[in-house]
Every structure is written in structure tokens, then in C-alpha cells.
Write a protein that binds this ligand. Structure first.
Ligand code: ZN
Length: 420
């Protein structure tokens, strides 16, 4: 083979090889286009679903079709709205703003439909229209401009809240619904067009996708699935001995019934003006969290749970008010011993039990951090400790979580009030 022939061969080979690479290159580009062009997005981002994030709202917010969202999330049921608190993938497209309005609610159309003097039906599209607005696109009942939840997912044993800005002042009928339990209504409070709803959810509330529903005066219902994820509970076996073993169940029931008469009263104004705080500083040990499952005297089922938070501390250690409020109970009780209960308004109550001394009287107005008593072991108690409980809508919830989440300020701001 001459050198020239060799170079000619190499040149041919190069053409063949480059031709092949060209084909491969075109193939790859075609694959890339066929994958990316219909999706119209280079990458996707995991996102936690918020209230009002219907398929339609998310598609409009990202300028893509609902079909594309379903393709990005093949494991989700397209017939069911996204579950609040669950995760889905959204395209990395620019976010659009606006307000989704159902035309049935536009007054001029109602007016026209009702004023036309002969039989004529004006076709009203069932799909909502997007009006210009700087708000995040949500799909909500027309009277609600903006709706937020205190946290997602929701967790049994914690207070759950919504806050809304309304188009016009009205009462809201909002419920938590499951397939197995009676619905839990929110206590709703308004200040003009500001609205806040509070709901205590017990530690035995079912986990999984439940529903949050808004009922209108005409009986129609807006609803979206809401995820309740499991709390992290301790399990405790308790055996009563001595005086505690002889405890009188009727007295326990009587005391509870009497306190619930107090707890079910919800003042429609907040008495607090700042964030709630832990009522004890000098503790020996955090002994038992809210929600710990309990079985008694060797029982195998955990039928009850701890309704408050326990702090072991030396006798007399200062106990202070978690927030501003009015003292509604300040006396020795059979089970709870030396007891102080404070009404904070909006159906929120805090309780402080087994106190060795009580430093306030029923009817006193107290401020956050004010001394109300000293740690003791009075009532049904096995050692010096503070049992601190917290009720929202007549339901015990974890007080520590209420403080951690900054729920006090979140609620005040939701009512258009300042938080000190
Ligand atoms: Zn306790």
C-alpha cells in the first residue's frame, strides 16, 4: 500500500465514522427533542402541595397543560386533586400570577341571567377564568382571595389553622373530614375581611389523606385532600400504686366534665398580643411529651394518651403564664392538684397542674411570663413536676408544638393584628 492510498483510506474511514457520529448525534438530538419538547421544561423540581393547588391552578401557574403535569407525576391519580402536604414534580418554568375566578360568581352575568325578560339561557362556562392579579394562582371558592394553612402535612395531636383574606366579610364553614369520623369544624374568627380558623386535632386522629372542606351557604362544597402524617409517639405502661391505685374514677370524670364546660367557651377576640412561650425555665428533665400512648395496670391496649407536657422540676420552681389571658381556674383539683387555667381567647386555653402553690385568682388578668404558681406534686402525681396542657377547640394538643411553630403570631397576623 502506497502512502497516498493509505491516506485515501483514512480519509474514507473518517467520512464513514463522522457520518455515523452525525447519525448518532441526530438520533440523540431527536430523542432529546421528543422527550423535552412536549414537556416544555428542561428540569423539574419537587414541590409540596399547598391548599388551592389544583391541577388547573398548577398548570396555569407554570404555563403548561394539566396533561403535562400528569405525565410528570404518573403515580398520582389525575382524577383526584393533589393532596395538600404531599410532594409532586413541577416544571422549572417561570411562575405566572393571577386570580382564578369561576364565572358563575361574576355578578354581571348573574344579573344578566336573571334580568333577561324571556326564556334565554346564557351559556356560562364551567371552567374558571384567570384575571390579572399579583397573587399566586390558587383555585378556591370565589369569596376567598388568599388561603393559607399553618403547616403541611398536618399532624395528629397538633393544632391546625387556616388564615384567609376574603373578598367580602362573611362567615366561613370549614371542616376536616374523614371517611370514618364525624367531621371536625374549625372555630372561625374574623376581623373585617381577615379570617382565621383554628382546629385542635387529637393524637388519635387518623393519618393519611383526609379532606379539608369549605361549605357555602347554598350547601355546595369545595374540598381538597389533606395529608395527615404520623406523629412520633412514645409508649408508656403505667401502674398505679398506693393512693393513686385507689383513685376514684367518678371524681376523675366529674373534674373533666366540669373543666370541659369552661374549655368549650371561645372568646371571639384574642387576649394574647405576642408569641406564646414555655412556662418553665428551670427544669430537671423533660419527662413526658404530649401524645405518649399509655396503657394502665398491665393492659395491652394503648387506649389513652398523655394530654400535656411534663417537666420534672424542684418544688417551688417558678411557673409563668405562657401568654396574656384571663385566669379562669385557680384552685386545688382532685386529679390535677393545684391548678391554674388561663383563657387566651379564640378557644385557646393553657393549664398548669400539680402546683405546690397558686399565686393568682380566678378572674385575674395575667401577662406573658408573669408568675402564676410553683411546681409541686399535688393531685394524682408521683413526684414534683409541672403538667402543662393546651386546648384548642376543646381538644388537647401539643403545647410545645404550638410554641415551636410560632402559632400565636401566625394567628394574630391572620386577623390583621400586630404581634409584639
Ligand atoms: Zn403529665
Amino acid at each position: 500500500m502506497h502512502v497516498n492510498e493509505f491516506y485515501q483510506l483514512i480519509s474514507k474511514l473518517e467520512k464513514v465514522v463522522s457520518g455515523k457520529w452525525l447519525v448518532v448525534g441526530i438520533f440523540l438530538i431527536t430523542c432529546h427533542l421528543s422527550l423535552t419538547t412536549p414537556i416544555n421544561a428542561q428540569t423539574t423540581t419537587p414541590y409540596t402541595v399547598q391548599i388551592g393547588d389544583t391541577w388547573r391552578a398548577l398548570a396555569l401557574r407554570h404555563s403548561v397543560s394539566a396533561d403535562l403535569l400528569h405525565n410528570l407525576n404518573p403515580s398520582l391519580n389525575p382524577q383526584r386533586q393533589p393532596i395538600i402536604g404531599s410532594s409532586l414534580y413541577l416544571p422549572d418554568t417561570p411562575i405566572q400570577t393571577g386570580r382564578l375566578t369561576h364565572l358563575e360568581g361574576v355578578p354581571t352575568l348573574h344579573y344578566l341571567a336573571n334580568r333577561v325578560p324571556y326564556e334565554l339561557t346564557i351559556p356560562i362556562p364551567s371552567t374558571p377564568i384567570l384575571l390579572p392579579s399579583a397573587d399566586q394562582i390558587q383555585e378556591l371558592p370565589n369569596n376567598i382571595q388568599i388561603l393559607q394553612l399553618s403547616h403541611t402535612p398536618a399532624i395528629p395531636g397538633q393544632a391546625f389553622a387556616f388564615r384567609a383574606i376574603l373578598n367580602h366579610a362573611t362567615t366561613l364553614n370549614v371542616l376536616l373530614e374523614t371517611t370514618t369520623l364525624d367531621p371536625l369544624p374549625f372555630d372561625t374568627f374574623t376581623n373585617g375581611t381577615f379570617a382565621v380558623g383554628l382546629r385542635g386535632v387529637g393524637a388519635f386522629y387518623p393519618t393519611g389523606a383526609q379532606e379539608i372542606s369549605i361549605y357555602h351557604a347554598d350547601g355546595t362544597r369545595w374540598s381538597q385532600p389533606l395529608l395527615f402524617s404520623a406523629g412520633d409517639w412514645d409508649f408508656q405502661e403505667i401502674t398505679f400504686t398506693g393512693a393513686a391505685a385507689a383513685i376514684d374514677n367518678q371524681s376523675i370524670a366529674d373534674e373533666r366534665a366540669r373543666l370541659f364546660q369552661i374549655w368549650l367557651q371561645a372568646l371571639d377576640q384574642p387576649l394574647f398580643h405576642a408569641e406564646f412561650q414555655t412556662p418553665i425555665v428551670d427544669i430537671v428533665e423533660y419527662t413526658s411529651g404530649y401524645g405518649a400512648r399509655r396503657s394502665y395496670d398491665g393492659g395491652v391496649t394503648y387506649r389513652t394518651y398523655h394530654e400535656g407536657v411534663d417537666f420534672a422540676a424542684y418544688k417551688g420552681t417558678e411557673v409563668s403564664a405562657t401568654a396574656d389571658g384571663i385566669v379562669v381556674v385557680a384552685e386545688p383539683l382532685y386529679v390535677r392538684g393545684g391548678a391554674v387555667i388561663i383563657n387566651h381567647g379564640l378557644g385557646i386555653y393553657s393549664g398548669y397542674y400539680h402546683l405546690s402553690e397558686v399565686n393568682v385568682n380566678a378572674g385575674d388578668v395575667v401577662t406573658r411570663g408573669q408568675r402564676i404558681g410553683g411546681v409541686g406534686t399535688t393531685g394524682l402525681s408521683t413526684g414534683n413536676h409541672l403538667h402543662w396542657d393546651f386546648l384548642v377547640t376543646e381538644t388537647w394538643v401539643g403545647a410545645d408544638k404550638w410554641v415551636e411553630r410560632g402559632m400565636g403570631c401566625w394567628v394574630l397576623e391572620g386577623l390583621g393584628r400586630s404581634c409584639d
